[in-house]
Write a protein that binds this ligand. Structure first.
Ligand SMILES: [Zn+2]
Length: 198
């Protein structure tokens, strides 16, 4: 029988994606056994990251620096911009290590059902970035869901007329597929085989 405090920790961990109540309990036991080393390190890392978290004013990525590490990296190709729905998608794509440009996070997807309108997403800032020039290619990397594709169509319309190459991830993404859940090989393949919009 664990105390209320230990039980609360197990419940908090169980809410993390990928951890159920069983794994959470095992993690708690593991931490308790290593309370002098691993526990302190974890608490410190959590506190440090929490205090430093900031949303990048340029791309919407979440990082501990502003602008984020990707926007600030001079080795990144400033002429290629990959538009994603969420930070999770950015991280998934960047793990695939195929795209060397920068990103733009919309902060969601258009949805009549959930009442998400264009002005609720970071679309004006995207248009502003493209209008500022210096960008040759915009990759629309929306999820292969109905709402993701609706968002991509809307963006394609808004970006019409700019002197850019507009591409989107290749099909072959499973229908209904959320980028975050795809393995890196599949993602890399979809990026490599990206095709012009329209
Ligand atoms: Zn950024």
């Amino acid at each position: 029988m664990a105390s209320q405090e230990i039980e609360a920790l197990a419940q908090a961990l169980a809410r993390l994606p990928g951890l159920g109540p069983r794994s959470a309990r095992r993690a708690v036991l593991w931490l308790i056994k290593r309370r002098d080393t691993a526990f302190a390190g974890l608490v410190e890392a959590l506190g440090t990251v929490r205090a430093a978290l900031v949303e990048c004013p340029r791309c919407g990525n979440i990082d501990t620096t502003s602008p984020c590490g990707i926007c600030a990296d001079p080795r990144r190709d400033a002429r290629a911009l990959c538009v994603v729905e969420d930070v999770a998608d950015l991280w998934a794509l960047d793990r695939a290590r195929l795209f060397t440009g920068r990103y733009h996070v919309l902060g969601g997807r258009l949805s009549a059902l959930d009442g998400v309108r264009p002005e609720d997403l970071s679309i004006a800032l995207l248009i502003e970035r493209v209008a500022a020039g210096g960008i040759d290619e915009v990759v629309l990397a929306m999820n292969a869901t109905l709402e993701g594709q609706t968002t991509a169509h809307y963006l394609a319309e808004r970006l019409e007329g700019f002197p850019i190459r507009l591409t989107q991830l290749a099909h072959g993404l499973p229908v209904g597929g959320e980028l975050d859940y795809l393995d890196e090989g599949t993602l890399a393949q979809a990026l490599r085989a990206r095709r012009p919009v329209g």
